[in-house]
Write a protein that binds this ligand. Sequence first.
Ligand code: P6P
Length: 329
Amino acid sequence: MEKLITLEEYIIHAQNKFPGATGDLSQLLRDISLAAKIISREVNKAGITNILGLEGSENVHGESVKKLDLFANEQWINALSRSNITCMVISEENEGIVRLSDKSGKYIVYVDPLDGSSNIDINASIGSIFSIYMRKDVSKPLSESVALQPGTEQVAAGYVLYGSSTVMAYTTGLGVQLFTLDPSIGEFILHEKKVRIPKEGNIYSTDEGSYLFWDEALKKYVKYCQELDPSTNRPYKARYIGCMAADLHRTLLQGGIFMYPDSSRYPNGKLRLMYECNPLAFIIEQAGGKATDGKKRIMEIEPTEIHECTPVYIGSEENMKKLESFFEG
Ligand code: P6P
């Protein structure tokens, strides 16, 4: 029987490859896995413990906040406060930066604590997404501007998917690793190393209900996906879960393309650059895929606000090339 490798063991093994490693990033990843385990436990019994349903308030974006959103946000902030490694957290649920350790924290963590929370009440997949940066200059007081770095500066990124099982994916720039939580022993177990996205897939993923708000090039591309041409595996299948982490995970494993475009309804797109698009772009690029805003690489966008939105097109190399040919006209 193949030896089980826990996340703990994998982190230590990976750290030993870096002689100068202090172990801080390893500890940070452990802290993140703790938040994931606690949230997974609550998500999988939410109906019993009555933390489903609206909490009554609204988040910084005017979206109704569900109890599990708040619980997840608290778990992330508590977990990241454990080791004095994180100086500040930027969360979808908090308007400004959350200061944790001004003196010693060398990492900045962006988090979407519960991505796709509208799926909570229907028991569909929800996730957490995280993105880690270095605090470049410890002499500079903590501020939003210190946190505003392009995605190319990410030290690590990943997501947790609370679905039929709880899966954690992360990368530190050396490929993408996938772990599955075994709740009976409370350990994330490695199940795939250096994941590669298929070069081409026959699944496209977007909210077609917004078709009328799209620009013409995108309408033409989606029509292309729907045409009958067995030689190019069309029509493609349409899949849309309404949780970016879940749609991205399927795209990573099965190939294809996920799109949340700019439109007359969302002129700058709806998804968040720093804690949805950049971390998932890092994952997809590390697996051999591509991620753009329709014009440029997502990870090269120079951010100006911590909660800014961007259009996002992300997936297999060939599917992205075909989309780009429609945008080039
Ligand atoms: P819509 C969830 O709220 C989210 O931020 C992403 O996870 C998801 O892909 C998207 O928004 C869903 O948006 O407009 O289709 O409900």
